[in-house]
Write a protein that binds this ligand. Structure first.
Ligand code: BGC
Length: 264
């Protein structure tokens, strides 16, 4: 089967559920982005309903591959953690549940993995060899590890324990807002965080995603590390692009025997 040329990506976040149709050759979104607010409480039923509404508003060809990303560990379609979302997601068959709710096959993946994949295929890491680490700095810290173009999923390095604390509690953008930190003070925390990643992984490039990547020039000067640090090319849209691209790559079309096999 040849790979689709376009696919749908849906990014489920703490505040919004966003979707778009993506051109898989260029990585560009070819429809206006649809965004609806994430329902209060973030329970699976409510999230699936809003996701369905996003899909309806996109009004795209129903045969296109669909990738949905979510802020949790996702193993074979099952969500295994819930750091900033309802605990109902722990050990939940999310992919199967969404397939039922949406009436079509999908691919369900971690949000940072989707963003990292988009950046490596089309964005800041395109054509770069070696070990690339994408970190999204938002409510939590999401990480994606890409080695020579290959994604190592579910790395969860936002939860590294640093000085006895969960790293994302100190260094996510939400910590800056919660504690009203200046860019400089927050930059110091990021220095501690990225230096720990450097010591453990010796990466070749760090990419910063999430909403705060658009303010990159205001704070990046305060991050004192050896490794090159660049903003994500797609800022906050990387999740949509990556989820779409991963879905197309995994060939989620109904006639795909590999996926049917995996479900058994
Ligand atoms: C979650 C990750 C997620 C990240 C960014 C963390 O709290 O554990 O799975 O990728 O937040 O949303």
């Amino acid at each position: 089967m040849t790979q689709a040329k376009t696919a749908i990506g849906i990014d489920i976040g703490g505040t919004g559920i966003k979707g778009g149709v993506v051109d898989l050759t260029t990585g560009e979104m070819i429809t206006p982005r649809v965004k609806l607010s994430t329902p209060e409480g973030g329970k699976p039923d409510d999230i699936a309903e809003t996701t369905k509404a996003v899909l309806e508003q996109l009004d795209a060809d129903p045969s296109l591959p669909i990738g949905v990303d979510f802020p949790a560990v996702v193993k074979h379609g099952r969500t295994m953690s819930a750091a900033n979302v309802s605990k109902k997601w722990i050990g939940f068959e999310a992919e199967a549940f969404f397939e039922k709710a949406l009436g079509r096959q999908i691919l369900f993946v971690n949000d940072a993995d989707a963003a990292g994949y988009a950046e490596s295929e089309y964005g800041a890491a395109k054509g770069r060899d070696g070990l690339i680490m994408l970190t999204t700095l938002g409510t939590g810290i999401g990480t994606a590890l890409i080695i020579d173009g290959l994604l190592v999923p579910n790395t969860e390095l936002g939860h590294l324990e640093i000085d006895g604390k969960d790293a994302e509690k100190k260094a996510a953008y939400s910590a800056k807002e919660r504690e009203d930190l200046s860019w400089e003070k927050w930059g110091k925390r990021l220095t501690r965080y990225y230096r720990t990643l450097e010591a453990l992984f010796s990466p070749d490039l760090f990419i910063v995603g999430g909403g705060v990547s658009k303010n990159f020039s205001e704070w990046s000067g305060y991050v004192e590390i050896e490794t090159e640090l660049v903003p994500a090319k797609f800022l906050n849209n990387a999740g949509i692009l990556g989820a779409a691209a991963l879905a197309a790559k995994q060939k989620t079309s109904p006639e795909n025997p590999a996926k049917e096999q995996e479900k058994k």
